[in-house]
Design a protein around this ligand. Sequence first.
Ligand code: SF4
Ligand code: FES
Length: 319
Amino acid sequence: MTIAATDRVLSVTLRIARFTPKPERAGRRRGGSPFGSKSPFGGSNAGARSNRVRGRRWTQDYTVSAHASDSVLDCLLSVKREQDPSLAFRYSCGHGMCGSDAVAINGTPTLLCTAKIRDWVKPDSPEFANEDGFRPTGEPLDSSDRAIDLDALDPDTPLVIELAALPGFPTRRDLIADIDPMLDQIRRLKPYLQASGELKTAPNGKVDAFEYLQNPEQLKRYELLSNCIACGVCEGSCPVYAGGEAFVGPAAMILSSRFLNDSRDGAGRERLEALMGPDGSAACQSVRACSMHCPKGIDVGEELWQTIQKVDAAKAALQ
Ligand code: SF4
Ligand code: FES
C-alpha cells in the first residue's frame, strides 16, 4: 500500500527568526517617527512606531514530526508544548477567521493556521532559497505552484520551513508583529456603517428592519469586502506600506471601500475626503502585491484601483 504524500509523516525543521526586545528604560521612548509627533502629511504621528526596535535577534531551528496535511500552526504548538515554551507566536481561532496569526512563511505573508506543511515545506538547500523583492502582478498565488512534489523527493532529503514575523511592521517578539499602526489607520477611516436617514420605526415603535434590507445586487458590491479579517497580509506584501507612515495601507482602504460600496452608508463624501491626503489613495503605486496572498480571496489591488478612481473623481469635482 502506498501512502499519499498528503498523509505522510515528515521530519520538518522549522527555522524561526527569533527576537527578544531590549527592555525600555523608564522615561525613555525609543523609535517612533523621525518626524516626531507631527506627520509631514498632516495629522499626528503619535501612534507611529519604529521598525527598528532594539533587541536580540537570532535564528533557531526546531525539528518536528508532522503529517503533510498538518498546519504550520499545529507544528508551532507542538514545539511550544514539547521543546521550547519561550517561543512566541499569536493565534486565536485556528480556522482562518480571526486574522491574528499572519507571519511570513518562506518569505511570503500568510496565515499560520491555514498554511499546510505539504504546501510550504522545501528541501533545506540554497537552491530553494526564498524569493524576495517585488512579486509579479497577477492572479492570487496557487498553492500548487509553490508546493514541491513530495513523492518525487528522496525520503532522506532534509526539509525546512522558514518563519519570520509579518514584514512591514515592527516585531514585538519572535513571530508576533505589532499591528497597532494598521489598526489605528483602520479606525481613522471609520470602518462602520454611518446610515444617513433616521431609523424607520414600525407602528409598534420597533425599528422596521425591512427598510434596511439589501437586494442581491447591492449586497454583491460589498459582500466580499466585508469578509476582510484585518490580518495585515496585504500590508505585509505591500512595498509602499512598509511601516505605514506614508501610506494608510491596503487593509484600511479595503475596509473603507466596503462602506463606500454600501448603499445604506451616508458618509461616502467624508470617506473619500479622508483618502485625499498624500498618505491616502495617492500613495498607492498599484504594485498589486497586496492581491497575491489575501486569505479571503479579495483582489485587493483591483478594489484599491476602483477606490482611487472614486477619490480622483471626487477631487476633480471639488476643483
Ligand atoms: S484585504 Fe485580505 S489580506 Fe488584507 S487585511 Fe483584509 S483579509 Fe487580510
Ligand atoms: S488563528 Fe485565526 S486566522 Fe489563523
